[in-house]
Design a binder for this molecule. Sequence first.
Ligand code: PLP
Length: 443
Amino acid sequence: MNAVAWSKEELVAADSEFVIHSWSKQGGLNARPIKGAEGSWFWDYDGNRFLDFQSQLVNSNLGHQHPKLVQAIKDQADTMCYIGPGFAEEQRARLAQKLAEITPGDLKMSFFTTGGAAANENAIRLARHVTGRNKIVARYRSYHGATAGAIALTGDPRRWHAEPSMPGVVRMLDPYTYRCPAGHPSPCPVCSGGPHLEEILQFEDPYSVAAVILEPVTGTNGLIYPGENYLRSIREVCNKYGIILIFDEVMAGFGRTGELFACDHWGVTPDILITAKGLNSGYVPLGAMTVSSKISDWLQDNKFWGGLTYAGHPLACASAVASLEIMEEEGVVDNARRQGERLGAGLAELAKRHPSIGDIRGRGLFYGLELVRNRDTREPLVPFNAVGEAAKPMQEINKAAMAKGLYLASNFNVLRLTPPLVINDEEIDLALETLDEVLDIAD
Ligand code: PLP
């Protein structure tokens, strides 16, 4: 490095004066200065080490500073840092070919972006062009990104601050069986998917709907797993009306749930698959939109009206090619499944001691712990979209965990447990021990 490294004080001063941090009031933010990271751990300037039980933004799936991944980026930097997206470039083509091989069903061609939101934007635009229709059905408990179109698709309150936003978005409810918005009658039309979608379409004109977009497993909005037939019944309704089904697997894709893709659990294939985060563990910004053979064929005769200066950036694509090789060589998906079982068993033990644990939801290393004040009434530990004092109990748990060297995150009353997929037995056990200590705050 040419520049002399800053002291902690210099970093903190410049950061707090000049950097705008995401989703935050900037005054008094005091972002923790981080000096380094390796594997499942990162550390600050004072030598405090943290077990990254969040994988940062659920993207550091292969852990920090994986040597092969770092080397692939260095090698590509030596070869060619950048060439425009209009040219054929080896890493871009290798990655697209590999995605055609490993994604489910007949998903074939890929368009690469700088992240998840941009990939969702392009999926919506393409679905509208392919169908010649306008409306998009999205769910309330969803997050699809922070750009103009992606935040319009998002159902959670982050959307409120971007409104009025992209027209044409229609919403449906979520298969949130623990707090079913329909009261969960048997059979439940909302939690079974198709009947609820069908009802909505009758009021919207099914032939005006271009796409349905959903996270097969809901991420930031509470780790919600659908029932056995949910995705299949949504797929059937989409088929009936010629609606394009988009799965947003930005968070759940690439082994996070113990299968390569979350939709593999249910054997349902979308027409468009959106990925990012785990695609290359976030070493260089990257997202992908992978489309079915039918849409790939359509694109042979129709123009794709989308483009980005950094579409298929060679450094990002090289890192993704390496990342996918590492996943195979190191059996990363198997490890996620195995460690997920260890984590799930440990959480079930914790639930015996901690009455604040209302529900445990997870597969692989994609777990949510829903905390309640009362197990019988399911009164949440903090109300939905709580701010200020009301949000404090969850913040205190995260703070206490951090003080003990465990980095956790939560949304509403759900703790997110999403460690790197390369985590080992000792690290899982250490996290469980710390959780055992900090959950006392909620009991
Ligand atoms: N979709 C889902 C399901 C996500 O979880 C996220 C980010 O957390 C996004 C889209 C947006 O991705 P990005 O922040 O890379 O634009």
